[in-house]
Design a protein around this ligand. Structure first.
Ligand code: SAM
Length: 208
């Protein structure tokens, strides 16, 4: 997601600091609320803010690399006073340094950047080395719920799940016209692509 640099970004980020977790030590303050559900690459946070409001009994954490995208999410969560949601501004490849095994019950990957060039395949958040990192924090029966409009990324991801021995269920190439759509919470990208007529693909991938 390319974003224009936000004005006063540092100050705006700092003003939302009670919604940010930036280290293992800070996560430990929430140990009585773990395991959490984790969104990786939350963008402006529309999905995770809705999920947290719909499921007040669950603790959610969302990770985002782009500080500018995250500021939008942080300011909304703060304005809405969402109590069961926190954010991390970091690269997903650092997640095992923060979370221990079983501290994440399930993960969401929504409309991850497709990185279409083959030489960039390792940057895709469903590349096998990322999946192995997610395995370090999910329980043995943990799962990843993956949605995208991008057929090439979807097919690549299905192969990557196989390559690391994950089990796939609930596969659909047209989520919004499928039996799995009930209770679906749309992301910003999902709204945008589905309004343009693109079908949404979704899979649940289990650690075993
Ligand atoms: C295409 S956007 C989708 C945003 C949102 N999930 C949605 O569906 O509307 C992908 C997001 O993933 C983030 N991202 C990409 N690589 C990442 C990484 N290695 N770690 C954390 N976030 C990452 C990008 O900064 C971007 O905000």
């Amino acid at each position: 997601m390319r974003m224009r640099k936000k004005k006063n970004g540092e100050a705006r980020f700092a003003a939302c600091s009670e919604y940010v977790i930036s280290s293992r030590e800070e996560l430990e303050r929430y140990s009585d609320r773990l395991p959490c559900e984790l969104e990786i690459g939350c963008g402006k946070g529309g999905f995770i803010c809705q999920m947290a409001a719909l499921h007040p009994e669950t603790f959610f954490i969302a990770v985002e690399l782009s500080t500018d995208a995250l500021i939008t999410a942080l300011e909304y969560a703060k304005e809405q006073e969402i109590p069961n949601l926190r954010f991390m501004n970091l690269n997903a490849n650092l997640l095992p340094e923060i979370f221990h095994k079983g501290e994440v019950s399930q993960s969401y990957l929504n409309f991850s950047d497709p990185w279409p060039k083959a030489r960039h395949a390792k940057r895709r958040l469903t590349y096998r080395s990322f999946l192995e990192k997610y395995r370090e924090m999910l329980p043995e029966d943990g799962k990843i719920i993956f949605k995208t409009d991008n057929r090439l990324l979807f097919d690549f991801s299905l192969e990557e799940f196989d390559a690391v021995g994950m089990r796939k269920t609930d596969i659909t190439y047209d989520l919004h016209n499928s039996e799995y759509n009930e209770g679906n919470v749309m992301t910003e990208y999902e709204k945008n692509f589905s309004e343009k007529g693109f079908p949404i693909h979704r899979v649940v991938a289990w650690m075993k």
